[in-house]
Design a protein around this ligand. Structure first.
Ligand SMILES: Nc1nc2c(c(=O)[nH]1)N[C@H]1C(S)=C(S)[C@@H](COP(=O)(O)OP(=O)(O)OC[C@H]3O[C@@H](n4cnc5c(=O)[nH]c(N)nc54)[C@H](O)[C@@H]3O)O[C@H]1N2
Ligand SMILES: Nc1nc2c(c(=O)[nH]1)N[C@H]1C(S)=C(S)[C@@H](COP(=O)(O)OP(=O)(O)OC[C@H]3O[C@@H](n4cnc5c(=O)[nH]c(N)nc54)[C@H](O)[C@@H]3O)O[C@H]1N2
Ligand code: SF4
Ligand SMILES: [Mo]
Length: 802
């Protein structure tokens, strides 16, 4: 069969006279471009039909949290099979449909094949083919012109997690975009309590730890789609007896696999957590010993100012809040008097009042009890739609422990009030001690490559002074605030994927002097570019090895699988060409092999640092990190990474916002009684799907057979608008509109609609979903760890038949 197919292709292609930049519409479907490059494969073993065949190991996508190690078969230079790699441990031998489908997708019609230069108006999507030299000469000349007049920081370079651009911004002295406002909603509220997670709510352990839990409460995550290689861990925990309960407005895939689904009103997770905390404290189910010994709940607060009181009350010079050591927080000692919390033998009272100097002082615990007093189950039920009895039951189950709260980045995280939910979740962990113990952890567990054990790899050192400029502001703010940026180099799709409220992005794009898109695929953002440069996919390399990364509990190498396709170039080559034109070529490694050697030899772990590329490749391109037999567990000694070493539940910097302790606030737009609902009654949930990774795989034909992005809504909501499954609807609000096929889906909560994010214009009926998404930034955002979150799902819309 292979023989026949190959012979057939050879002939048919010769007949077509196909060149590298041939038309993307080809009569022989997905196989045609492969054969167009069949001549370039390096020699290897011989396949049954006499062609050249070899196997190469690499890793797949980072941004699904998978980075699955892959074993790729290449025949006559063409990728013909993708399988899970043979790893030392079969837990890491994972793959999904998207990895398998690369056999077609790498050669897919969505690829940018040649460098393109804008020929029409910006955004008109009109381009002409140019040579790499023409493109790069002009781009560099224009950048230099802009920088001479406006300074180095008039250029901005941003790169998606799939792109590999460690040098470009530094070479140009460019800005790098600042806070992204993405995936930082819940972490902004959770992470300051623990001093871990960096604002991304990274879990305090891996999902492998779930088997140790009696109760796993998943809130706002669709783990069984968004963490495909780890779905087995969900079932292992379930089989081990953990009670898996999923809180989600919609009957998600994960909800359907759980022991129980608890439907909730969108954007009200904080109210659920606060009501649960109320029950726990009210019923005396808290862990008083943990609270007194390991949290900031016994700390004293000046009732007049809301500030935490410290030992050197009258001596601001002694103030060292970074360490808290020189100026420790005060607690009430056994004699009722204030005493530094860290003095030997102190057993702090959780409750009480005292005076510190002139200041009237109360404990954080008392303030918490007071603030929670109104958060009764009835109150919570009214806001969340979760019935009172269920809130009480969840609270009791959680308090009993060991319990884990598995938060998400795609749920409440994408609403403006997410930090309050994260903060409230921290309170639940703090009052019950369900943290940093086997089975008792908290955070987002999605993605092995983010949540497994890690080691820091080395970095290539650039000459002194070769570094990015300081970021003036977050890139999303540049659309509205005065700033210096005039040229924007996007490695990945930033224009459409990273900003809500597309109309604003478009206005900004029109105002820029130069936009460059560097991506293997033709993205929505590329339409706004002056130059679209074809990058290779991770499978294509011009050297034997291109990158090394820490995947799920192992080091993985990006090995060459096939030669670059079309005129695509590697991210490394592109940077090198920039460097050559800037006269700094020698500052970069000579090739990507030298770069990878540096990454490995500089690894912080000496066992990893002593490995060679050859050794790792003898081991199929993957090397287990040390000590991975047991799941990662942070803070087992219960000393947290906060200034006091305790779980810090009181956020002094938010006193002026009334959020020193978490206090319920609805999201800015998608709240139940928002008068805006009169015109735009439906909330639009933006979620991920197992069929895509953000904007990627929209064009993968093998996947398109099974999945088309549809706007799913409850059949009753469709019917009320005269819509039925299969109709194309216009989705609109006061920010914009787009058109998409609708699907009646009883899993969707009435009053909401759901669409996978990253479904871009070319794959919808018209326009981009980003046209309607909300970009309102809350005021307290500037005080939050990572700045405000972009509230993509804090969006109200209406539908009508298109
Ligand atoms: N409306 C809405 N928007 C959202 C979200 C939402 O919920 N709603 N979610 C947000 C979230 S959580 C995230 S994390 C972001 C993710 O958005 P992105 O950061 O855009 O996602 P990635 O998957 O990291 O980036 C993929 C891009 O990199 C390109 N690429 C792949 N490999 C390479 C390579 O080797 N070199 C180069 N140069 N490019 C490569 C791909 O073709 C693709 O265009 O989207 C955000 N946007
Ligand atoms: N296949 C695949 N996997 C991915 C990605 C991908 O693009 N494709 N992207 C990766 C990235 S960058 C991210 S950020 C993660 C995100 O991973 P997750 O955090 O799991 O996010 P989603 O998959 O969007 O699922 C969000 C869930 O929250 C629910 N939800 C919506 N609003 C609310 C709410 O207000 N409260 C509650 N409790 N639930 C709500 C939604 O119905 C949905 O089931 O996935 C990663 N993994
Ligand atoms: S898309 Fe993600 S889960 Fe699927 S094979 Fe690739 S890395 Fe693995
Ligand atoms: Mo994300």
């Amino acid at each position: 069969m292979e023989l026949t197919r190959r012979g057939f292709l050879k002939e048919s292609l010769a007949a077509c006279g196909m060149g590298a930049a041939a038309s993307m519409v080809m009569p022989y479907g997905w196989l045609a471009p492969a054969a167009a490059h069949a001549a370039v494969g390096p020699a290897g073993a011989t396949s049954a039909d006499g062609g050249e065949e070899r196997i190469a190991c690499t890793y797949h996508q980072e941004h699904c949290g998978g980075m699955c190690p892959l074993k790729c078969t290449v025949r006559n230079g063409r990728l013909v099979k993708v399988e899970p790699n043979d790893c030392v441990d079969d837990r890491y031998e994972t793959i999904c449909l998207k990895g398998i489908a690369e056999v077609e997708h790498v050669y897919g019609a969505g690829r940018v094949q040649v460098p393109l230069k804008r020929s029409g108006e910006r955004g008109s999507n009109e381009f002409v083919q140019v040579s790499w030299d023409e493109a790069l000469d002009d781009i560099v000349a224009r950048i230099q012109g802009i920088q001479e007049t406006h300074g180095n920081d008039a250029v901005m370079v941003t790169a998606s997690s799939e792109a590999n651009f460690p040098f470009l911004a530094a070479m140009l002295g460019a800005q790098t975009g600042g806070n992204t406002g993405i995936d930082v909603g819940t972490g902004n509220g959770l992470d300051p309590a623990i001093g871990f997670g960096g604002g991304y709510a990274m879990a305090t352990a891996e999902a492998r730890d779930w088997v140790n839990a009696r109760f796993v409460l998943t809130v706002g995550s669709n783990f069984c789609e968004s963490s495909l290689p780890q779905v087995r861990l969900f079932f292992e925990a379930k089989e081990a007896g953990a009670n898996m309960i999923v809180v989600d407005p919609h009957f998600s895939t994960t909800a359907s696999k759980a022991d129980e689904w608890v439907p909730i009103e969108t954007g009200t997770d904080a109210a659920l957590f606060l009501a649960m905390a109320h029950v726990i404290l009210n019923e005396g189910l808290g862990d008083a010993v943990f609270m007194a010994a390991h949290t900031s709940l016994p700390f004293l607060v000046d009732v007049r100012t809301g500030s935490l009181l410290r030992e050197h009350v009258a001596d601001p010079a002694a103030e060292e809040p970074e360490t808290g050591v020189q100026n420790p927080f005060l607690v009430i000692g056994s004699d009722g008097a204030p005493v530094p919390y860290d003095r030997a033998g102190v057993e702090p009272a959780l409750s009480g009042t005292t005076k510190v100097g002139e200041a009237q002082a109360r404990t954080v615990y008392d303030l918490l009890v007071e603030s929670l007093s109104s958060c009764t189950p009835a109150w919570g039920a009214d806001i969340t739609g979760v019935v009172e009895e269920k809130i009480v039951e969840l609270a009791r189950l959680y308090a009993q422990g060991p319990s884990t709260i598995a938060l998400g980045w795609g749920g409440n995280d994408k609403l403006s009030n997410a930090d309050i939910a994260g903060h409230a979740a921290a309170v639940l962990a703090g009052i019950t001690g369900n943290i940093a113990k086997p089975g008792a952890n908290i955070g987002v567990f999605v993605g092995g490559c983010w949540n497994g054990r890690s080691t820091t790899l080395g970095a290539w050192e650039l000459p002194e002074g070769m570094e990015p400029s300081e970021d003036e502001m977050a890139a999303y703010d540049m659309r509205e605030k005065l700033n210096n940026v005039r040229a924007y180099i996007c490695c990945g799709d930033f224009m459409a994927q990273h900003f809500a409220h597309m109309a604003k992005t478009e206005d900004w794009a029109r105002s820029l002097d130069l936009i460059v898109s560097i991506d293997p695929y033709f993205t929505e953002g590329a339409k706004w570019a002056d130059y679209v440069l074809p990058a290779t996919t991770r499978f294509e390399l011009d050297a034997e090895v291109g990158n090394a990364k820490v995947g799920y509990n192992q080091l993985v190498l990006q090995n060459k699988v096939i030669d670059p396709l079309f005129e695509a170039k590697t991210d490394f080559w592109i940077q090198k060409e920039f460097a050559r034109r800037l006269g700094v070529e020698d500052a970069l490694p000579s090739d990507s092999v030298e770069l990878v050697e540096t990454l490995i030899s500089g690894a912080e772990d000496p066992e990893i640092g002593s490995l060679t590329i050859g050794q790792i490749n003898k081991n199929h391109g993957a090397w287990p990190l040390p000590d991975i037999d047991e799941p990662r567990q942070e803070f087992a000694d219960l000393v947290f990474a906060t200034s006091s070493g305790r779980l810090d539940l009181y956020y002094e910097n938010l006193v002026s916002f009334g959020q020193a302790l978490p206090a319920w606030e609805p999201p800015v737009e998608a709240w139940r009684d928002n008068p805006k609902r009169a015109d735009f009654p439906l909330q639009l949930a933006n979620v991920r799907t197992r069929f895509h990774i953000h904007n990627q795989f929209n064009d993968a034909r093998w996947i398109q057979q099974y999945f088309e992005p549809t706007l799913d809504a409850n059949p009753a909501d469709l019917e009320a608008r005269g819509l039925a499954t299969g109709d194309v609807a216009e989705v609109f609000n006061d920010r914009g509109s787009f058109e998409v096929r609708v699907q009646g889906n009883p899993s969707i909560r009435p009053g909401s609609a759901r669409l996978c994010e990253g479904a871009t214009a070319d794959y919808l009926a018209r326009g981009n979903m980003q046209s309607v998404t909300n970009d309102t930034m809350i005021e307290r955002g500037s005080e939050l760890l990572c700045g405000p979150v972009i509230p993509f799902s804090d969006t109200l819309v209406e539908l009508r038949k298109a």
